[in-house]
Design a protein around this ligand. Structure first.
Ligand SMILES: [Cu+2]
Length: 371
């Protein structure tokens, strides 16, 4: 029942062995299909949708073009020489033995130096172009990486939101990025990386440091991204959306986000949900981790995502679930089943607060009013 049995048996075992071998031939093909699948769709880095993604794309095409020329030349020369100087019947002569050729050596030092210069000059130029603060009107958004969601703060408008970053089209956006640490939550602080392939390159988010990234979208749309630096258990569930809209729509969005949260009329199911949000008795209140700003006092950062206008977003929990009443209820009932966080082990993410059916109904109804 070992190797011998599987391979040495040419008679009876042969058929299945052949089948297996044939199947094995498709493994590289399947691998290639998976690999190529990564080159298409919403996160396609080869389909730039703004100038800060176009620049690197143009550079890649340029460098790739040079590489193709070098490849064809070198391979061509190898093929040509092996054919031209192949061994012939009855010819036992040795090739001419030479040592050193100054002219050749100068040529094959100069050509690569020129190629490297042709790659280095535009590369360095582009790096500076991409890093510099863009000129003219710029929107600033602060990005804070948490395990496992992205928070956005708009300093010019005093808006907090999560997962989905709204931006106007045709305007450069300057991201000032960092990662959370113990000063803010039980997250002791790890490195994340913000990457929206169609809008810009990627940049790390580092606790205690500020890093910068420019992005811009030419067309309205929803651009998908993903945390690109392994950050623990739910790293794969840490996605990001950039929602680009025309300037007029963006201004409307800003006005809506700046408005205080709706307060439901007394005596309704929603009002009961609002009460529970602030007080769950012996259990930790939602409000101790989430802000719903009703217009009084400071609008500040909280441990969890800002929920003041939760229902204006289309996705939640690191942009991995559609924001529907059913999904939201399932999340409140057992967050860990929707996104592995293991709050009970590490204190990170959202706890299961053992809500009753009535409490779930009221809280879901209330959160739906926060548009
Ligand atoms: Cu991350």
């Amino acid at each position: 029942m070992t190797r011998k049995h599987l391979t040495a048996d040419g008679g009876t075992g042969g058929a299945s062995g052949r089948g297996r071998r044939r199947a094995r031939r498709f493994v590289p093909l399947a691998g290639l299909a998976v690999l190529l699948a990564a080159c298409s769709g919403e996160q396609n880095a080869l389909a730039p949708a703004g100038p800060f993604a176009q620049g690197p794309q143009d550079l890649i095409v340029w460098v790739f073009g040079i590489a193709v020329v070098v490849f064809v030349l070198v391979q061509g020369l190898i093929l040509y020489t092996s054919w031209r100087y192949r061994r012939r019947e009855g010819d036992d002569s040795m090739p001419e033995q030479v040592h050193g050729n100054t002219k050749l050596e100068i040529v094959w030092t100069l050509i690569p130096a020129m190629i490297l210069a042709a790659i280095a000059v535009p590369t360095v130029q582009l790096i500076f172009e991409q890093m510099d603060e863009p000129e003219g009107d710029v929107l600033t958004v602060e990005v804070i990486g948490h395990r496992w969601w992205f928070e956005y703060y708009y300093p010019d408008y005093d808006i907090y939101t999560a997962n989905e970053m709204a931006i106007p089209t045709d305007m450069p956006v300057r991201l000032e990025m960092t990662a959370t640490d113990l000063a803010r939550s039980p997250d002791l602080g790890v490195i994340h990386s913000f990457w929206i392939p169609r809008l810009a390159g990627k940049q790390d988010l580092v606790p205690g440091h500020t890093t910068y990234l420019n992005l811009q979208a030419d067309e309205p749309g929803r651009y998908l991204g993903q945390c690109a630096e392994y950050c623990g258990l739910s790293h794969v569930n840490m996605r990001a959306r950039v929602v680009a809209m025309e300037m007029a729509d963006f201004e409307t969005w800003v006005a809506e986000q700046q408005a205080p949260a709706a307060v439901p009329a007394a005596g309704t199911l929603e009002a009961r949900g609002r009460e529970l949000f602030g007080d769950l008795g012996a259990r930790q209140a939602c409000a101790s981790c989430h802000q719903v700003w009703e217009g009084e006092g400071l609008r500040g950062p909280a441990q969890g995502p800002d929920l003041t206008h939760l229902w204006s977003r289309e996705e939640f929990a690191g942009a991995i679930h559609d924001l529907t009443p059913e999904n939201l209820r399932a999340w409140l009932a057992d967050p860990n089943s929707m996104k592995p966080m293991q709050y009970e082990v590490n204190g990170i993410g959202m706890p299961n607060l053992n809500l009753t059916d009535d409490e779930l109904d009221a809280l879901t109804a209330y959160l739906e009013t926060l548009d």
